[in-house]
Design a protein around this ligand. Structure first.
Ligand code: ZN
Length: 697
């Protein structure tokens, strides 16, 4: 038969077509675009005879051919027998990481029509929409062709609430069967998975919405904004922990990391842990409110029984039975362990209580003919927090006194053996950081500050981002220098800010010193010491070691000495007056000195040496310690061993990782990472084994 689907049958929710129309226009304009498909076995192409016979590929192909655009990238993230709950946990890595322009979602035969899936489907859809409000999203409802069953009733509610176009195989194809116009055997062998013809029909049904959008003449539609959720929204933010996330595991007795390489999205059992024996235990320390275990249920029976306990509640374990009483294959199963606990770090503990085989970890084969080991594929932690941490890509500078630690120890991707400074959190024009993730990806911090004042609670009174965080690696001594205050800089440096700064010493050699202050007792003595070059008399060196904190007020003569690595928190300014540069040459010339301005601004006499250095090397673990507070900033430090809650009374928080690795609210972080928790972010929880330095205005 010829199949001519009718738009008014197939399209069960029109929604707001602005994004889809924009996508079509851009496709016709030959722009480079990415189309992502997220779904279950039908999206994966199960029962089609070739990958290009699958509905997803056919829709992609129609886009290319109809709009005459070869510049379109195809992402198929279909995984058989998986639902929208797993979708929440993988949409970021499998779809959103590719920055798609169109996302097609197909979960209506894998989700049930119940409150749980109503909530997980909503979490998934919100995640996609909030990633980029311009992404076109199209919902596809598959159906069981014998019963007409699917989760369309709840999925349609989500389509309506979020104004998303949706097409249905139930009304587009199944109803024709009811009317006797089509036989189910024409398009499917198992009443679920379409054959090649069925996949073709599916693509035709989906295409009706493209034709409809193209012909639709509505000029202006209301702007797409994210409405309040319909559910408790427990799956708004969902993170998967796998064996690469070593920091998330606090104890492991016998769960062996499965290191086999995952080749494609649907090769989905890899990257977790394998337990072969009774008594094996693995404990996770992870942040969230709702937790689920993802494991393989296998037809290679018998398979082990595992119990999961939350926060040492050994009375109420959840039982995971890895045996799968089917014959079509192994299943990636997701079982809820706990729901809506308080948002904090929780202990999730797995224990293999019954194993039926002697599993040899050195074997190539996962199964033996006696049965199978337990495969814990991942642990998923979810919560209802939707705000985003702003991760920044820092800017490094080349300096005559710089070294190699910024590349070698911190992993910044910069060439050269003269890397002096990493401007980790900076909106300064000399090193304006770029947002690495999420909906502001690619924006400079200065633009973000200007265009999104709400993220900084800026009522317009601030014309620039006020702070700057640097990591400084001094292979050699820095010049002896001084900074002006706001008043002097404002008058003499084109309205620039002055510079208050402070240092936290990350590393220092034995007997290290820094220059902080000077020995002149009066302005006259200062002038003569400088003019006569009596540097040894003038400069005051003070001993420092790892973990020391030094506040440098404007007017303080200072210099970082060779061998010292430190984190600097400062006002957003780059005004430095060089008093003395050891007569060093750069490209054959001495660097400019600013003797007159220096003399203008140096404070006489200097603050005492004892008052200049504070010690914070061994602060209490998992505790946020305030190191300093002044008019411009407050600076904190924490050594995290298990978990730390951050809830500072500030509009926004600057955070840098100076040691180790872990996660903040599930975002992986490691030494050298810099980020901002924006205004209204609320409590953040850090887990892992790491040191962080924070600052607020
Ligand atoms: Zn300085």
């Amino acid at each position: 038969m010829t199949f001519k689907p009718e738009a008014d049958k197939c399209i069960v929710n029109r929604g707001n077509l602005t994004n889809l129309k924009r996508f079509i226009k851009r496709a016709k304009d030959s722009e480079k675009l990415t189309v992502g498909f997220l779904g279950g076995s039908i999206t994966q192409g199960f029962a089609s005879t070739a990958a290009d016979k699958c509905y997803a590929y056919r829709v992609y192909d129609k886009i290319k051919k109809n709009y005459k655009n070869e510049n379109i990238k195809y992402i198929n993230a279909g995984i058989g027998a998986t639902d929208s709950e797993f979708g929440c946990a993988r949409v970021e890595s499998d779809i959103l990481a590719y920055e798609p322009d169109l996302v097609i979602v197909e979960f209506s035969v894998n989700d049930e029509s119940d409150p749980h899936y109503f909530e997980t489907y909503e979490g998934l859809i919100r995640r996609i929409i909030s990633h980029n409000e311009k992404t076109a999203v199209l919902l596809v409802f598959s159906v069981f062709y014998d019963s007409g069953k699917n989760a369309e009733r709840i999925h349609r509610k989500i389509a309506r609430h979020y104004m998303l176009p949706a097409v249905s195989m139930r009304s587009g194809i199944y109803e024709l069967m009811l009317e006797g116009k089509m036989e189910n055997t024409d398009i499917t062998a198992d009443n679920l998975h379409p054959n090649d013809t069925g996949h073709g029909y599916m693509a035709d049904v989906i295409w009706t919405v493209f034709d409809f959008a193209e012909e639709d003449a509505t000029e202006e539609e209301p702007k797409h904004t994210l409405p309040s959720p319909l559910t408790e929204n427990s799956y708004a933010h969902s993170v998967r922990y796998k064996n690469k996330d070593e920091f998330a595991v606090s104890l492991n007795e016998g769960f062996l990391p499965d290191t086999r390489e995952q080749k494609e999205v649907s090769d989905c059992f890899k990257g977790g842990w394998i337990s072969g024996d009774s008594g094996d235990r693995i404990v996770f320390n992870i942040v969230g409110s709702t937790f689920a275990a993802q494991y393989m249920r296998t037809i290679h029976r018998p398979a082990p029984i595992v119990k999961v306990y939350v926060d040492e509640d050994y009375e109420n374990g959840v039982v995971l039975d890895a045996s799968f009483d089917e014959d079509w294959g192994d299943k990636l199963s997701l079982t809820t362990i706990a729901k809506n606990l308080p948002y904090k770090a929780h202990k999730i503990e797995f224990e293999t209580v019954e194993s039926f085989i002697e599993w040899d970890p050195d074997t190539e084969e996962l199964y033996t003919k006696e049965g199978s080991p337990f495969m814990l594929v991942s642990v998923v932690a979810s919560d209802n927090k939707e705000r985003e941490i702003i991760h920044l890509d820092p800017v490094c500078t080349h300096n005559i006194w710089g070294g190699t630690k910024l590349r070698e120890d911190f992993g910044y991707d910069y060439e050269g053996d003269d890397l002096g400074e990493c401007w980790g959190i900076s909106a300064h024009p000399n090193g304006d950081g770029v947002v690495k993730n999420g909906k502001y990806k690619g924006m400079h911090l200065s633009e973000l500050f200007k265009n999104h004042p709400e993220l900084f609670n800026n009522d317009g009174s601030e014309d620039r981002f006020p702070l700057l965080t640097k990591i400084i690696d001094a292979r050699d001594d820095l010049s002896i220098q001084v900074h002006p205050d706001d008043t002097y800089a404002g008058e003499n440096e084109n309205g620039s800010l002055g510079k208050m700064e402070c240092w936290y010493v990350l590393d220092a050699p034995e007997n290290a010193t820094l220059v902080a202050g000077h020995n002149a007792k009066s302005k006259d003595e200062l002038v003569s010491m400088i003019n006569e070059g009596r540097w040894n008399d003038f400069i005051r060196e003070i001993p420092v070691k790892k973990g020391d904190f030094i506040q440098i007020d404007p007017g303080t003569v200072h210099a970082i000495k060779g061998g010292i690595l430190l984190l600097e928190t400062q006002q957003n300014s780059d005004i430095t007056y060089r008093v003395y540069d050891y007569d060093r040459l750069q490209n054959g010339k001495k660097r400019e000195l600013h003797v007159k301005k220096s003399i203008d601004v140096i404070t006489v006499p200097a603050k005492s040496a004892e008052d200049s250095v504070l010690h914070f090397a061994d602060t209490k673990k998992d505790t946020l310690v305030k190191m300093y507070e002044c008019k411009y900033y407050k600076v904190y430090k924490a050594d995290v061993e298990k978990s730390l809650e951050i809830d500072l009374p500030a509009d926004y928080v600057l955070l840098s990782v100076t040691e180790g690795e872990g996660a903040i609210d599930g975002d992986r972080i490691k030494k050298g990472d810099h980020m901002i928790l924006p205004n209204g972010y609320g409590k953040a929880v850090v887990t892992g084994d790491l040191q962080i330095i924070l600052s607020t205005k």
